[in-house]
Each structure stands twice: as structure tokens, then as C-alpha cells.
Design a protein around this ligand. Structure first.
Ligand code: FES
Ligand code: FES
Length: 126
């Protein structure tokens, strides 16, 4: 299958690969797996006192589209409020990366990872 140029760019130069301190109360961690293929994505956000995401990191064990999707969303997340981040849809990711139908679930993984990271952060604030 041919990958789009944007997928190849993110795959070859992934942005924001790495890890934030899971124990930090400002950090939310989302870990999700794709039942369809077994790929795993971990996405972390650091949220400042104004509720704005100031950093995002990912580690993805998966296909090129999953890596590109997570790399792309780490770029999108920075500077967004939690509500804005929550509103990111997998369809926007798939469109930006021109993912073919069989790779749509890779972008779903990224949307799910964002939601899981936000949920983890919100739980920590209780
Ligand atoms: Fe998951 Fe391709 S099936 S890596
Ligand atoms: Fe399963 Fe991409 S995440 S093939």
C-alpha cells in the first residue's frame, strides 16, 4: 500500500516521541490498543494551571499510519485547552494524512489516546 507524503514525513521524522513523568499530577497518560491489529499507542499530555496543554509526547508500537497519527496529534495538542483537545476527531486526522479506508482505525487509535490521556489527567485532579 502506498503511504501519503504526510504519513511518510511523520513516520521518518516523528515529532515529540518520548515520555513524560506518569506520576506528575499535571500529566495525563492515555494507553490504548487496536483490537484489529494489536498495535499500541501511548499518548501523554502536560497541562498547565490554566488548563492548556503545554506539552505532548507519544510512543507507538504500530504501523506507519498509527505512528503518523500520534505524531500529528502531539503537534495539534500543544496550546489547546482540554475541551479543544477533546473535540479532535479521527476523521480530521485521517483527512490530514490522507489515510486509506483500511488505515482509518489507526487514526481512531489516536483519538482514543487523546481522550484517555484527558480522562487520566481529570481523574488526577479529583
Ligand atoms: Fe498493525 Fe499494521 S496491522 S502494524
Ligand atoms: Fe493497526 Fe495501524 S494501528 S494497522
Amino acid at each position: 500500500m502506498a503511504y501519503s507524503e504526510k504519513v511518510i514525513d511523520h513516520y521518518e521524522n516523528p515529532r515529540n516521541v518520548g515520555t513524560l513523568d506518569k506520576e506528575d499530577t499535571h500529566v495525563g497518560t492515555g494507553m490504548v490498543g487496536a483490537p484489529a491489529c494489536g498495535d499500541v499507542m501511548r499518548l501523554q499530555i502536560r497541562v498547565n494551571d490554566e488548563g492548556v496543554i503545554e506539552d505532548a509526547r507519544f510512543k507507538t508500537y504500530g504501523c506507519g499510519s498509527a505512528i503518523a497519527s500520534s505524531s500529528l496529534v502531539t503537534e495539534w495538542l500543544k496550546g489547546k485547552t482540554l475541551d479543544q483537545a477533546q473535540a479532535i476527531k479521527n476523521a480530521e486526522i485521517a483527512e490530514e494524512l490522507a489515510l486509506p479506508p483500511v488505515k482509518i482505525h489507526c487514526s481512531v487509535l489516536a483519538e482514543d489516546a487523546i481522550k484517555a490521556a484527558i480522562e487520566d489527567y481529570r481523574q488526577k485532579q479529583k
